[in-house]
Write a protein of this length. Sequence first.
Length: 189
Amino acid sequence: MLFGKRVKLVPVEREHLGLLKQWRNDPDIRESFFSSLPCTDLGQEIWYDRMIRGGRDVFLLVLHAGEGAASGPAPVPIGYCAVSDIDWRKGRGVVSIILGEKEHWGKHLGVEVLNCLFEYAFSELALHKLYIYVLSDNLRSIELFKKFAPVEGQLAAHEFRDGQWKDVTLLGLTREVYFTQVRGKVPAP
């Protein structure tokens, strides 16, 4: 388990798949995904089995525990985050985060989740670099990730969504930059 001040990150288990499907099928959330296909129960089962067997993905459920995540009230699931497509030989992976419970949006919980996730990825997984791919019109996510990682480029007409080609913003963060320039300097919530 990973702890922040108000969040706790725990492994996604099969029992959480219904909740993940609910969040991923929410139109306000799905508009930021690269795939516009709705999630199904079978699709979630297949995804989960592939993730467990593959050894290239770490998906964590985000629990909100109020103030004092390690000792506070019973935590409530509010989203999930991941380091996926891990290339163990090259030491890199792709980061993503979804806060599915909208009443928790705008409360700076994403900053806290990413602090925990980056610390884990660089310290425990010993990864060298993390990438973040965001649809370029998802300004809220880009601003969140820019608190940690610089924009490395734009991928023009990279994803096909809702009948049109969309640009993707690429951000990247190395272990060295995280520990020397970012850690401890990200604005507190």
